[in-house]
Design a protein. Structure first.
Length: 256
Protein backbone atom coordinates (compact mmCIF):
# COMPACT_ATOMS: atom_id res chain seq x y z
CA UNK A 1 0.00 0.00 0.00
CA UNK A 2 2.81 2.40 0.93
CA UNK A 3 4.65 1.61 -2.34
CA UNK A 4 1.50 2.26 -4.39
CA UNK A 5 0.91 5.59 -2.61
CA UNK A 6 4.50 6.73 -3.22
CA UNK A 7 4.22 5.72 -6.88
CA UNK A 8 1.03 7.77 -7.28
CA UNK A 9 2.63 10.78 -5.58
CA UNK A 10 5.67 10.50 -7.86
CA UNK A 11 3.52 10.27 -11.01
CA UNK A 12 1.43 13.25 -9.88
CA UNK A 13 4.63 15.26 -9.42
CA UNK A 14 5.82 14.33 -12.92
CA UNK A 15 2.50 15.27 -14.52
CA UNK A 16 2.37 18.55 -12.60
CA UNK A 17 5.94 19.39 -13.67
CA UNK A 18 5.15 18.66 -17.32
CA UNK A 19 2.03 20.81 -17.19
CA UNK A 20 3.98 23.65 -15.58
CA UNK A 21 6.68 23.45 -18.23
CA UNK A 22 4.09 23.37 -20.99
CA UNK A 23 2.40 26.51 -19.69
CA UNK A 24 5.62 28.41 -19.08
CA UNK A 25 6.84 30.99 -21.57
CA UNK A 26 10.37 30.29 -22.79
CA UNK A 27 12.18 33.60 -22.27
CA UNK A 28 15.63 32.17 -22.93
CA UNK A 29 17.78 33.78 -25.60
CA UNK A 30 20.38 31.12 -26.45
CA UNK A 31 21.88 33.07 -29.34
CA UNK A 32 21.47 36.49 -31.00
CA UNK A 33 21.23 35.28 -34.59
CA UNK A 34 18.33 36.24 -36.82
CA UNK A 35 16.21 33.73 -38.74
CA UNK A 36 17.54 35.14 -41.99
CA UNK A 37 21.09 34.20 -40.94
CA UNK A 38 20.20 30.51 -41.08
CA UNK A 39 18.61 30.93 -44.52
CA UNK A 40 21.73 32.62 -45.90
CA UNK A 41 24.31 29.88 -45.30
CA UNK A 42 24.96 27.15 -47.86
CA UNK A 43 26.80 23.87 -48.29
CA UNK A 44 28.72 24.18 -51.56
CA UNK A 45 30.97 21.83 -53.48
CA UNK A 46 33.17 21.37 -56.51
CA UNK A 47 34.02 18.27 -58.50
CA UNK A 48 32.05 15.20 -59.48
CA UNK A 49 30.40 12.62 -57.24
CA UNK A 50 31.79 10.80 -55.31
CA UNK A 51 34.87 13.04 -55.27
CA UNK A 52 33.21 16.29 -54.29
CA UNK A 53 35.16 18.75 -52.16
CA UNK A 54 32.88 20.81 -49.95
CA UNK A 55 32.86 23.99 -47.85
CA UNK A 56 30.45 26.52 -46.39
CA UNK A 57 29.46 29.84 -47.99
CA UNK A 58 27.14 32.65 -46.98
CA UNK A 59 25.21 35.33 -48.82
CA UNK A 60 25.81 39.06 -48.56
CA UNK A 61 23.58 41.74 -50.08
CA UNK A 62 25.44 44.95 -50.94
CA UNK A 63 23.93 47.90 -52.81
CA UNK A 64 21.00 45.75 -53.87
CA UNK A 65 23.17 42.99 -55.32
CA UNK A 66 23.73 39.40 -54.25
CA UNK A 67 27.20 38.00 -53.46
CA UNK A 68 28.52 34.82 -51.88
CA UNK A 69 31.46 34.69 -49.49
CA UNK A 70 33.61 31.64 -48.78
CA UNK A 71 37.19 30.76 -47.88
CA UNK A 72 39.76 31.59 -50.57
CA UNK A 73 41.50 28.23 -50.19
CA UNK A 74 38.24 26.60 -51.28
CA UNK A 75 37.27 29.11 -53.98
CA UNK A 76 40.62 28.49 -55.65
CA UNK A 77 39.26 25.01 -56.49
CA UNK A 78 36.27 26.34 -58.42
CA UNK A 79 36.95 25.32 -62.00
CA UNK A 80 35.07 25.75 -65.25
CA UNK A 81 33.08 28.53 -63.59
CA UNK A 82 30.69 26.23 -61.69
CA UNK A 83 29.79 25.34 -58.13
CA UNK A 84 27.32 22.87 -56.61
CA UNK A 85 24.79 23.66 -53.88
CA UNK A 86 23.54 20.89 -51.61
CA UNK A 87 19.79 20.40 -51.34
CA UNK A 88 18.14 18.48 -48.53
CA UNK A 89 19.34 15.05 -49.65
CA UNK A 90 21.61 15.45 -52.68
CA UNK A 91 23.81 17.82 -54.64
CA UNK A 92 22.02 20.08 -57.10
CA UNK A 93 23.31 20.49 -60.62
CA UNK A 94 26.24 22.81 -61.21
CA UNK A 95 25.48 26.52 -61.02
CA UNK A 96 27.45 28.94 -63.19
CA UNK A 97 29.72 30.90 -60.85
CA UNK A 98 32.18 33.74 -61.29
CA UNK A 99 34.85 34.31 -58.64
CA UNK A 100 35.04 38.11 -58.63
CA UNK A 101 37.65 38.76 -55.93
CA UNK A 102 40.24 36.96 -53.84
CA UNK A 103 41.89 38.19 -50.68
CA UNK A 104 45.66 38.35 -50.56
CA UNK A 105 48.09 37.34 -47.85
CA UNK A 106 46.30 36.19 -44.70
CA UNK A 107 42.91 37.26 -46.04
CA UNK A 108 41.43 33.81 -46.69
CA UNK A 109 38.29 35.22 -48.34
CA UNK A 110 36.85 34.99 -51.83
CA UNK A 111 33.73 36.45 -53.39
CA UNK A 112 31.71 34.73 -56.09
CA UNK A 113 28.44 35.54 -57.84
CA UNK A 114 25.65 33.59 -59.51
CA UNK A 115 23.29 34.86 -62.22
CA UNK A 116 20.23 33.15 -60.77
CA UNK A 117 18.11 33.18 -57.64
CA UNK A 118 18.98 30.94 -54.71
CA UNK A 119 15.68 30.03 -52.96
CA UNK A 120 17.15 30.19 -49.45
CA UNK A 121 17.40 33.98 -49.71
CA UNK A 122 15.71 35.50 -46.69
CA UNK A 123 15.76 38.88 -44.96
CA UNK A 124 16.58 40.25 -42.46
CA UNK A 125 20.02 38.95 -41.61
CA UNK A 126 22.85 40.13 -39.36
CA UNK A 127 24.98 42.79 -41.07
CA UNK A 128 28.76 42.77 -41.32
CA UNK A 129 30.59 44.38 -38.40
CA UNK A 130 31.75 47.97 -38.92
CA UNK A 131 34.20 50.28 -37.15
CA UNK A 132 31.37 51.42 -34.85
CA UNK A 133 31.00 47.89 -33.45
CA UNK A 134 33.21 46.91 -30.53
CA UNK A 135 34.09 43.37 -29.48
CA UNK A 136 36.16 42.18 -26.55
CA UNK A 137 38.44 39.36 -25.59
CA UNK A 138 36.28 36.58 -24.18
CA UNK A 139 33.15 37.60 -26.08
CA UNK A 140 30.93 34.72 -27.16
CA UNK A 141 30.84 33.80 -30.84
CA UNK A 142 28.49 31.62 -32.87
CA UNK A 143 29.00 30.04 -36.27
CA UNK A 144 26.65 28.64 -38.87
CA UNK A 145 28.00 26.00 -41.20
CA UNK A 146 28.20 22.37 -42.20
CA UNK A 147 30.98 20.75 -40.13
CA UNK A 148 31.79 17.31 -41.54
CA UNK A 149 28.98 18.01 -44.05
CA UNK A 150 26.41 17.59 -41.26
CA UNK A 151 23.13 19.48 -41.36
CA UNK A 152 20.06 20.04 -39.22
CA UNK A 153 17.62 17.55 -40.73
CA UNK A 154 14.96 17.83 -38.02
CA UNK A 155 13.34 20.82 -39.70
CA UNK A 156 10.96 20.64 -42.62
CA UNK A 157 13.14 22.28 -45.25
CA UNK A 158 13.75 21.72 -48.93
CA UNK A 159 17.44 22.61 -48.59
CA UNK A 160 20.39 22.01 -46.31
CA UNK A 161 20.02 23.81 -42.96
CA UNK A 162 23.28 24.72 -41.13
CA UNK A 163 24.38 23.69 -37.67
CA UNK A 164 24.88 26.29 -34.95
CA UNK A 165 28.14 26.11 -32.97
CA UNK A 166 29.53 28.22 -30.14
CA UNK A 167 32.90 29.50 -28.89
CA UNK A 168 34.78 32.56 -27.63
CA UNK A 169 37.14 35.22 -28.94
CA UNK A 170 40.53 34.07 -27.63
CA UNK A 171 42.75 36.82 -29.07
CA UNK A 172 44.15 38.51 -32.15
CA UNK A 173 46.29 36.27 -34.34
CA UNK A 174 47.25 39.22 -36.55
CA UNK A 175 45.72 42.43 -37.89
CA UNK A 176 43.36 40.40 -40.06
CA UNK A 177 42.92 37.16 -38.12
CA UNK A 178 41.26 36.16 -34.86
CA UNK A 179 42.09 33.28 -32.55
CA UNK A 180 38.91 31.53 -31.41
CA UNK A 181 38.41 29.09 -28.56
CA UNK A 182 36.42 26.86 -30.88
CA UNK A 183 36.66 23.34 -32.28
CA UNK A 184 36.69 23.80 -36.04
CA UNK A 185 35.92 20.87 -38.35
CA UNK A 186 36.50 20.13 -42.02
CA UNK A 187 33.90 21.70 -44.34
CA UNK A 188 33.35 24.52 -41.82
CA UNK A 189 35.70 26.70 -43.89
CA UNK A 190 33.76 29.73 -45.09
CA UNK A 191 31.30 29.70 -42.17
CA UNK A 192 30.25 33.14 -40.93
CA UNK A 193 31.30 33.97 -37.36
CA UNK A 194 28.78 36.02 -35.35
CA UNK A 195 29.13 38.04 -32.15
CA UNK A 196 27.10 40.60 -30.24
CA UNK A 197 28.31 44.20 -30.21
CA UNK A 198 28.05 46.28 -27.04
CA UNK A 199 24.44 47.13 -27.94
CA UNK A 200 23.59 43.43 -28.00
CA UNK A 201 23.12 43.36 -31.78
CA UNK A 202 24.29 40.41 -33.86
CA UNK A 203 27.11 41.11 -36.34
CA UNK A 204 29.19 38.97 -38.71
CA UNK A 205 32.73 39.54 -37.43
CA UNK A 206 34.68 36.87 -39.31
CA UNK A 207 34.91 33.95 -41.69
CA UNK A 208 36.08 30.56 -40.52
CA UNK A 209 39.43 29.72 -42.11
CA UNK A 210 41.23 26.85 -40.40
CA UNK A 211 42.31 25.37 -37.09
CA UNK A 212 45.68 24.95 -35.45
CA UNK A 213 47.03 21.44 -35.24
CA UNK A 214 48.58 20.07 -32.07
CA UNK A 215 51.46 17.62 -32.42
CA UNK A 216 51.09 14.84 -29.86
CA UNK A 217 53.90 12.42 -29.08
CA UNK A 218 52.94 8.77 -28.80
CA UNK A 219 56.38 7.32 -28.12
CA UNK A 220 60.02 8.26 -28.59
CA UNK A 221 59.76 8.32 -32.38
CA UNK A 222 56.09 8.64 -33.34
CA UNK A 223 53.73 11.63 -33.38
CA UNK A 224 50.23 12.34 -34.57
CA UNK A 225 48.46 15.63 -35.21
CA UNK A 226 45.14 16.51 -33.63
CA UNK A 227 42.79 19.47 -33.57
CA UNK A 228 44.06 21.87 -30.89
CA UNK A 229 40.67 23.46 -30.25
CA UNK A 230 42.05 26.84 -31.41
CA UNK A 231 40.54 28.08 -34.67
CA UNK A 232 41.51 30.89 -37.02
CA UNK A 233 38.92 33.25 -38.45
CA UNK A 234 39.52 36.06 -40.92
CA UNK A 235 38.09 39.48 -40.13
CA UNK A 236 35.24 40.70 -42.34
CA UNK A 237 36.90 44.12 -42.69
CA UNK A 238 37.80 43.57 -46.35
CA UNK A 239 34.57 41.99 -47.61
CA UNK A 240 33.04 45.28 -48.76
CA UNK A 241 36.21 46.39 -50.56
CA UNK A 242 36.54 42.98 -52.24
CA UNK A 243 32.94 43.17 -53.42
CA UNK A 244 33.38 46.74 -54.62
CA UNK A 245 36.46 45.79 -56.66
CA UNK A 246 34.12 44.05 -59.11
CA UNK A 247 30.50 44.81 -58.19
CA UNK A 248 28.76 42.56 -60.69
CA UNK A 249 26.49 40.61 -58.35
CA UNK A 250 23.01 39.88 -59.67
CA UNK A 251 20.44 42.51 -58.74
CA UNK A 252 18.05 41.07 -56.18
CA UNK A 253 15.18 42.73 -58.08
CA UNK A 254 16.19 40.94 -61.30
CA UNK A 255 16.80 37.44 -59.96
CA UNK A 256 14.54 34.80 -61.40
Amino acid sequence: MMATTLKLVFLSFIFASCALQKNQTDNRNPHPLLDGDFHSVFLIGVGSFPNIEAATAFMVIRNGRQYFVTARHFADKIQNGSVKFFGMESWDNDYPAIVTARGIGETDISIFVLPLKIPQKSLPRSPLATDSDAFRLGDEIWTLGFPLALQDSARERTYAYPLLKHGYIAGDASKEQLFLDYHNNPISSGSPVFAKNLRGESRVIGIMSSFLRERIKTDSTAYFEDNSGIALAVSTDQIDSLIDSKPIGASITELH
